[in-house]
Design a protein around this ligand. Structure first.
Ligand SMILES: NC(=O)c1ccc[n+]([C@@H]2O[C@H](COP(=O)([O-])OP(=O)(O)OC[C@H]3O[C@@H](n4cnc5c(N)ncnc54)[C@H](O)[C@@H]3O)[C@@H](O)[C@H]2O)c1
Length: 340
């Protein structure tokens, strides 16, 4: 069987996660890594060679050169939110299908341009909203498509970050709003995407934020907490909350969905669900195994077969989740609701 040759753009934390996920794929050769930080390249090459001693990945500082010199069959764009644009354009130039981690950008005008180019070229893409492949979400979606939700509440609540001078990973940019977009755009984006997957599109977003509770954190400019109200196109309403200043526990990831005859209670990062239905036994579905391997397998198979029908989140679709979260930030800044 010929191997699919892939290259990673960005060799940080999520490159490590996708490397671990794909290292066991016998039909994939991880042929190249690209990152401006040589130390990250060294780390990822060492991890690959530890598992596959014969591997000889090429390393690069920029995506265009990597694609031109290696001709890989697909690229995984594992970049911080502020660093998008050049890698997507390189994939478009070389007609290289790409996987892109969430959030798919920060700059809405740039993202719209790239979406238009991807659609015009018909380039195959996949965005890293991996929860869409979970059995819990699939089962809930089948019910909610028939019995739409009137009310949703959910969110992502954790403790204070501890950024340090000299960090070279996610810690160096997550706490800077201009670099990450803040917790809504970078983290709670998963919950906004699950909301869209289960309940359809929103037509209006209104958000407020809390500040001044996290004190004296190095380079910190993001909100400490937020609450976002969404009016859904089907008439339902949702409230999604985020906090990164709750240090005594009791937070976590959750989403409660209430329809007329169906309640879906999702808990935890792995989105285990308890489904209640009027007149039926409660059903519980646990989280799946390695969700990154499940997600990567879908994209590998899609590229090999030149058939994207199993991809649950494409770049153009994922841009709509970015739009919602950027609208929440706009609303926080203006104090006014934002129409989508
Ligand atoms: N799906 C998930 O559950 C999940 C979890 C964590 C992070 N993420 C997302 O994954 C993305 C990457 O996060 P991370 O944790 O790997 O961050 P990271 O900071 O650990 O790694 C990012 C890497 O990109 C490199 N980089 C920066 N600009 C570049 C460029 N122009 N070309 C090539 N490389 C460049 C950096 O040097 C760094 O090594 C982010 O969008 C983040 O939100 C997703």
């Amino acid at each position: 069987m010929s191997k699919l040759r892939v290259g990673f753009v960005g060799a940080g934390g999520m490159a490590n996660a996708h490397l671990k996920a794909m290292i066991g794929f016998e039909d994939v050769e991880i042929a190249a890594f690209c990152d401006p930080d040589p130390a990250k390249l060294e780390l990822r090459v060492a991890e690959l060679k530890a598992a596959q001693p014969d591997a000889a990945p090429a390393t690069f500082a920029d995506a265009d050169t990597m694609l031109a010199e290696t001709g890989v069959d697909a690229a995984w764009l594992l970049l911080p939110p502020f660093a998008h644009g050049a890698a997507e354009r390189a994939c478009l130039k070389h007609s290289t299908p790409f996987f892109v981690e969430k959030p798919v950008g920060l700059d809405w005008a740039l993202t719209q341009e790239l979406v238009a180019e991807v659609e015009a070229q018909g380039l195959m893409t996949c965005a890293g909203y991996m929860n869409r492949y979970r059995q819990s979400l699939r089962s809930a979606k089948a019910l909610l498509d028939q019995d739409p939700a009137a009310l949703v509440h959910g969110g992502w609540i954790g403790g204070s970050p501890s950024p340090k001078p000299g960090d070279t990973n996610i810690g160096s940019w997550w706490v800077i709003k201009e670099r990450s977009g803040g917790q809504i755009v970078e983290q709670c984006t998963h919950t906004f995407d699950v909301l869209r997957y289960l309940c359809g599109e929103a037509v209006e977003v209104y958000a407020r934020a809390a500040n001044g509770f996290n004190k004296d954190l190095y380079s910190y400019t993001i909100d400490d907490a937020s609450s976002v109200v969404l009016q859904m196109a089907n008439g339902g309403v949702a409230n999604l909350m985020s906090s990164c200043s709750a240090n005594a526990g009791g937070g976590g990831v959750w989403l409660n969905v209430y329809a007329h005859d169906t309640t879906c209670l999702f808990t935890g990062w792995d989105h285990a669900v308890k489904i209640l239905r009027k007149g039926a036994e409660a059903q519980e579905i646990k989280g799946d195994g390695d969700i990154f391997a499940i997600e990567d397998r879908v994209f590998v198979d899609a590229v090999r077969a030149k058939d994207g029908s199993a991809i649950a989140s494409t770049y153009p679709d994922a841009s709509k989740t970015l739009r919602l979260t950027l609208a929440a930030n706009e609303s926080i800044a203006s104090g006014k609701p934002v129409a989508i």
